[in-house]
Design a protein around this ligand. Structure first.
Ligand SMILES: [Zn+2]
Length: 433
């Protein structure tokens, strides 16, 4: 086993821009050199990139953990996944695996998210801790920290009034949770499903918005307010398009660069047309891209996240779809790549990753072609290293236990959808989160 690896004859995207480097060397899991000339030392393993492009390992900034998620994500170049809520036992097992095994992506997790009794998504798990007022915020955050949560997820106000509205946290409780998290140095992520909810969580001073509302036009003044506050937005278009009836999963399955790494069960998952809103009147998906476009125009930091394994998505492959969709919102390929590398690392305080630079973790993806010209070139993955360890890339096939857990997740999503329908609630909460 060589002590170090040098990738030569490469182009290098450093997380923000294309550099003039042609070579990257790493040893003991850490990048040691990036240079325009040769970096290989005597005895190094030398890999000829043949003009391919080195990217930082990808970060999926919005998943929900099920067993197998981290292994599957890594096979598509996702070296770090951010879990936007899972039960504490699921989080604990995933973290233990990520710490012990090189063949799974690393993970950070919110653990359980904050919501009101009976609110979204408390129908998913029992028992589900909830809050009834701001005086409970400090204890809620303390409990999550004790369970191992790395950041705090808040389910924002529903934005729907009247007898059919789902119960949701009031503004005072959201503000108290945000303050309690910030006192502990924790990043706060807020789920929103409406423009009204978005305005409320922006006022509360959260750090990250999950999803983009489609119940109206996100106006320029609100986009500028978000930009000025330094709040990042992860729109999760890869799930949104399926929820709003577009065949996004089928588009993933139709690309042989992605399909070649997916087993039959995963292909069925993508092509089953499992739109949660089938047959219902929903806003057009195009509004989601228009609203993200306004955020991009205003200079808001965008984070690439899939919301996998929601209907029509699979771990890893769907992140490449998300990058394509972000491009449709007006992001340049470099901006889209930044949204899956350096941007989430900065927002979530992951200082050791997200960039190709000396001293960074050797989380690297080598793709053939030029994703800075054609963003879908990220799908032509040649090699993946996770903290310097090469990924043995082969199609992920869930074992029986993993398949069972994924089925259970789907059943929980169905329960949430049923709970929402029972209240004749709007489209936005039919996703798992
Ligand atoms: Zn989610």
């Amino acid at each position: 086993m060589p002590k170090a690896t040098a990738i030569v004859n490469a182009r290098v995207f450093d997380g923000t821009r294309l550099r003039d480097w042609t070579s990257v060397r790493f040893a003991d899991g850490t990048i040691t050199d990036c240079a325009t000339g040769p970096t290989a030392h005597d005895g190094d393993e030398v890999i000829d990139a043949e003009g391919g492009t080195i990217l930082p390992g990808l970060i999926d900034s919005h998943i929900h953990l099920v067993p197998g998620a981290l292994a599957q994500g890594l096979t598509f170049g996702v070296t770090t996944a951010l879990d936007m809520f899972s039960p504490p036992d699921v989080m604990a097992v995933a973290k233990e695996q990520a710490g012990a095994r090189p063949d799974v992506a690393d993970v950070r997790s919110a653990g359980i998210g904050a919501t009101a009794p009976g609110g979204h998504p408390s129908a998913m798990y029992a028992p589900f801790p909830t809050l009834t007022g701001p005086e409970q915020a400090e204890q809620f955050v303390a409990d999550r920290v004790a369970e191992g949560s790395d950041f705090v997820k808040i389910f924002g106000p529903s934005g729907t009034a009247g007898p059919w509205a789902m119960p949701s946290l009031n503004p005072a409780t959201i503000a108290a949770l945000t303050e309690a998290a910030h006192r502990r140095g924790l990043v706060v992520v807020a789920h929103v499903n409406s423009l009204a909810g978005l305005r409320e969580v922006v006022s509360a001073g959260v750090d990250v918005i999950a999803h983009v509302p489609v119940d109206g036009e996100l106006d320029r003044s609100l986009a500028e307010r978000i930009a000025e506050a330094g709040i990042a937005v992860g729109p999760t278009l890869a799930t949104t398009e399926n929820v709003l009836g577009e065949p996004g999963g089928a588009a993933v399955a139709a690309d042989p660069r992605l399909a070649g790494m997916l087993g039959d069960a995963q292909m069925r998952r993508l092509t089953s047309g499992a739109s949660a809103q089938h047959g219902r009147k929903t806003p057009p998906y195009s509004r989601a891209e228009e609203n993200v476009g306004r955020l991009v125009d205003a200079g808001v930091a965008i984070l690439a996240g899939t919301d996998a394994p929601n209907p029509g998505t699979v771990f890893g492959a769907s992140l490449h779809r998300e990058l394509e969709l972000l491009g449709r919102c007006g992001m340049t390929p470099a901006q889209a790549l930044n949204a899956a590398t350096a941007a989430p690392a900065r927002v979530f305080n992951l200082a050791d990753r997200g960039q190709v630079a000396p001293g960074q973790r050797a989380d690297l993806v080598l793709v053939s072609g030029d994703p800075l010209t054609d963003i879908t070139a990220t799908r032509a993955v040649e090699r993946i290293w996770r903290a310097g360890v090469p990924c043995d890339r082969r199609a992920f096939v869930a074992n029986a236990a993993e398949a069972q857990e994924l089925d259970a997740f789907d059943a929980r999503v169905a329960r949430v959808v049923a709970a929402v329908r029972e209240r004749r609630y709007g489209f936005g909460q039919s996703k798992a989160d």
